[in-house]
Design a protein around this ligand. Structure first.
Ligand code: PLP
Length: 284
């Protein structure tokens, strides 16, 4: 597999990180995951805008962000000969002798990227859906920053796996549902879609953003308002969105069926329109 590091593309094994990189020692950095369809990055501008907001939130400057990261992604896709996959982009504050305080004079940021092949989603995967469990959302209160500090998310995913599920749905005080360990969460009740509003408690997902636009075009009513674990368990449909899974039904929660335990019509309509959307954007 190929990566981008220190200005060039090389095999992943050839890249070596300075052990005093602040990303390595403090998780002092941010990242993005961008889907590649038919050899083209999807929704790149939206991802770079979010990256730029994350950088600003951690008080980092990255001059020429958009242009240089576009180039990195395109070079990786070309050299890796990737048809369908995803690019992981990471920016850290740089390397310096370990100290919580970062130097006042900015360090050169360290940019790295990998590319991973990933087949297109199949209708079978959609229809099969996934299982989730509810876990306590014990993360910090800046979840809108796509930060490298993912320990709570990593542990939540492991706990989900231990309980035989694919995703952890996180809820503050086990009451208000925020998002998944690596996805945004939606419920459908009487044809109306509910999802947690953007803000410090969730990551503003790019897939969520696009799905909300699509829902508007399909005349599906969406309420961006918090909902409870109880409302989620009683929902007609539950689905998650993220860059890798697009729109993905959750058919069981804590081992109990959601609705009739199958992919639902609202999620299906949104997934179909999402596929059409990326086809159109890539072609255009
Ligand atoms: N929420 C969290 C915590 C995530 O890690 C992710 C993506 O990995 C998402 C939401 C979905 O974001 P996106 O649609 O931009 O992939």
């Amino acid at each position: 597999r190929l990566c981008y590091f220190n200005g060039s593309v090389m095999p992943v094994e050839k890249a070596s990180v300075n052990i005093e990189d602040r990303g390595y020692q403090f998780g002092d950095g941010v990242y993005e995951v961008i889907r590649v369809y038919h050899g083209k990055p999807f929704a790149m501008r939206r991802h770079l805008m979010r990256l730029s907001r994350s950088l600003k939130a951690i008080r980092m400057d990255f001059p020429d962000l958009e242009q240089s990261l576009h180039k990195v992604a395109e070079q990786l896709i070309r050299d890796g000969k990737i048809e369908h996959g995803y690019v992981y982009l990471q920016v850290t504050r740089g390397a310096a002798p370990r100290d919580h305080l970062f130097p006042l004079a900015p360090l050169p940021p360290v940019l790295s990227a990998t590319i991973t092949p990933c087949p297109l989603r199949t209708p079978e995967q959609f229809e099969q859906g996934g299982k989730a469990v509810i876990l306590s959302d014990d993360r910090w209160l800046h979840c809108n920053i796509k930060s490298l500090n993912l320990l709570p998310n990593v542990l939540a995913k492991d706990e989900a796996r231990r309980r035989g599920a694919d995703e952890a749905v996180l809820a503050r005080d086990l009451h208000t549902v925020t998002e998944g360990a690596s996805s945004n969460v939606f419920i459908v009740r009487d044809g109306i879609v509910f999802t947690h509003p953007d803000g410090p408690l969730i990551l503003p997902g790019i897939t969520k953003e696009i799905v909300l636009e699509i829902a508007g075009e399909l005349n599906i009513t969406v309420c961006q308002q918090p909902f409870t674990v109880g409302q989620l368990r009683q929902a007609d449909e539950v689905f998650i969105t993220d860059t890798i899974h697009e729109v993905h039904p959750i058919v069981a929660m804590d081992g109990i069926k959601i609705g009739d335990g199958a992919a639902g019509p609202v999620a299906r309509a949104l997934q179909n329109a999402f596929t059409e959307y990326w086809h159109d954007t890539i072609a255009g």
